[in-house]
Design a binder for this molecule. Structure first.
Ligand SMILES: Cc1cc2nc3c(=O)[nH]c(=O)nc-3n(C[C@H](O)[C@H](O)[C@H](O)COP(=O)(O)O)c2cc1C
Length: 379
């Protein structure tokens, strides 16, 4: 299979995964128009090309949180990651290390906090979902601290569990219950079924001990049952003050909130709508990043995700005001379609596209792209 674009990976991912797994990965909230807008809004932007620039030597590296990364993007946290491909989390982490970029483990990941950092000791970030039970949150943060994570990413855009119609129709929260439809999905996707059953059905390795303590059996429903609707700015401040190293908030879209996070002592913010998985009517991050940049000032680190499917999209995010990007489904389609080797293929493809985009518009490095902000038209 020749992979020319990230979009080339979605169809084979769909063929390889059982329907309920593909829908979990690919689906969004509501009618999914918000999810589609995330990518469409990137496509609506034009870049201003400058010619007659010597672009033979190009440097994609950039500095974030006092560290030089080889590329201006990292991988986003993805819950239930190894459901898409056994060993996906490890493969993504190792590919990230090889590429010199950060990778993020989700609280709802399928590798434990303690094991994940062994794959990427210098590059691993940990993403926290705040539990409705304080003792669970404290224990998880404590484990991340003891394991040595440099960066804690606190996701705040799930005040309550979302309605994702595809998951609801598939009864995904109890997907592992055996039903005739479930058995048919396994039989009709033998590669996935064989590799997944052979590797062992993935578990929420970080959360497992709390599930055992509460006697919870339904893995997919557990994380949403943990969501804390009472988590607020005061609680965020307490978390910030309790974490000694880099502290990032993920899931803001309003300039006022980004300013407040900065003033509260956060080291950076991820401008994200969770890949369109929470609500249809949220703005695409690329639509609001310039306004947020203007509000927080030049120096405050802004990371952007949601809808990125190409290196051109990354270039647009940076030109519009982001310092860095996170990649969600693009890498996940790759590991779903190609197995573990897909992680490197997706990262390399995005890097190559980004490098070519820079060349086409007459830039040789990320700083020049950000300073020139060569955006011709945003919706
Ligand atoms: C299947 C799936 C699971 C996700 N799980 C998490 C998670 O556990 N924690 C989190 O902060 N974000 C999670 N996200 C959101 C991603 O971190 C990221 O914000 C989003 O995927 C970006 O959009 P994109 O997929 O269009 O690139 C998940 C996204 C997907 C697609």
């Amino acid at each position: 299979m020749n992979i020319a674009t990230i979009s080339d990976l979605r169809a084979p991912a769909k063929r390889r995964l059982p329907g309920f797994v593909f829908d979990y990965l690919d689906g969004g909230a509501g009618t999914e128009v918000g999810m589609q807008r995330n990518t469409a809004a990137f496509d609506d932007i034009r870049l201003k090309p400058r010619m007659l620039v010597n672009i033979e030597e190009r440097d994609l590296s950039t500095t974030l949180f006092g560290r030089r990364w080889s590329l201006p993007f990292g991988t986003a946290p993805v819950g239930f990651c190894n459901l898409m491909c056994p060993g996906a989390e490890e493969a993504i982490a190792r590919a990230a290390v090889a590429a010199g970029i950060p990778c993020t483990l989700s609280t709802a990941g399928t590798t434990s906090i303690e094991n994940y950092i062994r794959f990427a000791p210098q590059n691993a970030w940990f993403q926290l979902y705040v539990s409705r039970f304080d003792n669970i949150t404290h224990d998880i943060v404590d484990r991340a601290d003891r394991a040595g994570y440099e960066t804690l990413v606190v996701t705040v855009d799930i005040p309550l569990a979302a309605r994702r119609p595809r998951d609801l129709r598939n009864n995904f929260s109890v997907a592992l219950k055996v039903s005739p439809k479930f058995v048919w999905e396994l039989v009709s996707h033998p590669y996935w079924s064989f590799t997944t059953l052979f590797a062992g059905v993935p578990k929420f390795e970080t959360m497992q001990r709390y599930m055992d303590a509460t006697g919870t059996k339904q893995v997919a429903g557990f994380v949403s049952s943990q969501v804390s609707g009472s988590f607020d700015w005061d609680a965020l401040k307490r978390l910030r003050d309790g974490w000694k190293r880099r502290f990032v908030v993920k899931g803001l879209l309003a300039a006022e909130d980004a300013v407040r996070a900065r003033d509260l002592g956060c080291d950076g913010v991820v401008i994200s709508n969770h890949g369109g998985r929470q609500l249809d009517s949220l703005p695409a991050p690329i639509e609001v990043i310039s306004e947020i940049r203007a509000a927080v000032g030049e120096k405050f680190p802004l990371i952007l995700d949601s809808g990125i499917r190409s290196g051109e999209h990354i270039a647009k995010a940076l030109a519009a005001g982001a310092d860095f990007c996170l990649i969600g489904r693009a890498v996940m389609y790759a590991v779903s379609a190609l197995g573990r080797r897909g992680a490197k293929i997706a990262i390399d493809l995005l890097a190559d596209e980004l490098s070519r985009t820079l060349a086409q518009i007459g830039h040789t490095n990320i700083a020049s792209l950000k300073t020139a902000a060569p955006i011709l038209r945003a919706r």
